[in-house]
Design a protein around this ligand. Structure first.
Ligand code: NAD
Ligand code: 0WE
Length: 260
């Protein structure tokens, strides 16, 4: 008997077992939620099928969020299993790889700006818009952001702008959907080694920096993020909406400089 018994949650953004969305799915499942999953392309179909079975689910639907038809089709497909449901996890981000390394003003260009904002920010409200009429009262929508939305973090570059827009999106969505009883929140994790962070220059250094300076003196895990996501999907968080919750061992509240 978990605190998500009877909840039906759609999980996007699983690429492998290190994905933040995978950690979230594990905890949602542990707490008794029924799950459905999306996969972005046919290459990942079999893998996501296998994962869904681990979570006692047989619902997997293709969805590439860069395409409106694909988003429409997702909910046509999901409706075959669930006529209504209780929320979704948005764990999707993308910018062209040449954006995540180097001086921001030097590497930015119009096309990369548009792609980063489209895939990493617009997709959150696009999914909400497409499934609005299937969401139960007390549904909860959860996205993943990063401190680079609030601070100029070296190499995060255009993704920082996209995450800032995603955080504003979270507030506007919360205000729009709140009257229907739907809550919308974001989780801001500290750095975690995943596919999305694997190619990032100095990522190892960044992990040890967090470990040294975060108040909790440790890095966070995908289970830590899962626990917070499960809370946000549950009625335990019934009065929280439009919020960004940092799950970073307290790193964001610290200040250090080279003089210390
Ligand atoms: P990940 O690579 O496991 O997940 C990213 C997912 O985005 C992948 O599953 C990928 O398939 C999906 N995706 C990309 N483009 C897509 C598209 N067009 N359509 C559908 N799906 C698409 O990495 P992750 O670290 O688990 O990332 C999940 C979220 O967490 C992202 O929003 C990321 O910004 C955020 N985040 C990550 C960290 C970290 O350090 N890893 C920290 C804070 C926030
Ligand atoms: O949001 C992210 C990374 C998202 C991401 C990752 C990739 C890698 C592959 C977006 N687009 C792409 N494009 C690719 O081609 N994070 C929060 C992880 C991350 O990325 C960083 C970080 C952290 C933390 C980049 C620089 C500095 C810190």
């Amino acid at each position: 008997m978990g605190f998500l018994n009877g909840k039906r949650i759609l999980v996007t953004g699983i690429a492998n077992t290190r994905s933040i969305a995978y950690g979230i799915a594990q905890v949602l499942h542990r707490e008794g939620a029924e799950l459905a999953f999306t996969y972005p392309n046919n290459k990942l179909k079999l893998r996501i099928k296998k994962y869904s079975n681990n979570f006692n689910s047989n619902i997997i639907c293709p969805c590439n969020v860069s395409n409106d038809d694909s988003i429409t089709q997702l909910f046509i497909e999901l409706k075959k299993y669930w006529s209504t449901f209780d929320g979704f996890i948005h764990a999707i981000a993308f910018a062209p790889s040449n954006q995540l390394n180097g001086d921001y003003v030097s590497v930015i260009n119009r096309e990369s700006f548009i792609i980063a904002h489209d895939i990493s920010c617009y997709s959150f409200v696009a999914l909400a818009k497409a499934c609005r009429n299937m969401l139960n009262v007390h549904a909860s929508l959860v996205t993943l952001t990063y401190l680079g939305a609030q601070r100029a973090i070296p190499n995060y570059n255009v993704m920082g702008l996209a995450k800032a827009s995603l955080e504003a999106n979270t507030k506007y969505m919360a205000n729009s959907m709140g009257p229907d009883g739907i809550r919308v929140n974001a989780i801001s994790p500290g750095p975690i080694r995943t596919l999305a962070s694997s190619g990032i220059a100095n990522f190892k250094k960044m992990l040890s920096y967090y470990e040294s300076y975060a108040p909790m003196r440790k890095n966070v895990t995908i289970e830590d993020i899962g626990n917070t996501a499960a809370f946000l999907c549950s009625n335990l968080s019934a009065a929280i909406t439009g919020e960004v919750i940092y799950v970073d061992g307290g790193f964001n509240i610290t200040h250090t400089n080279k003089l210390e």
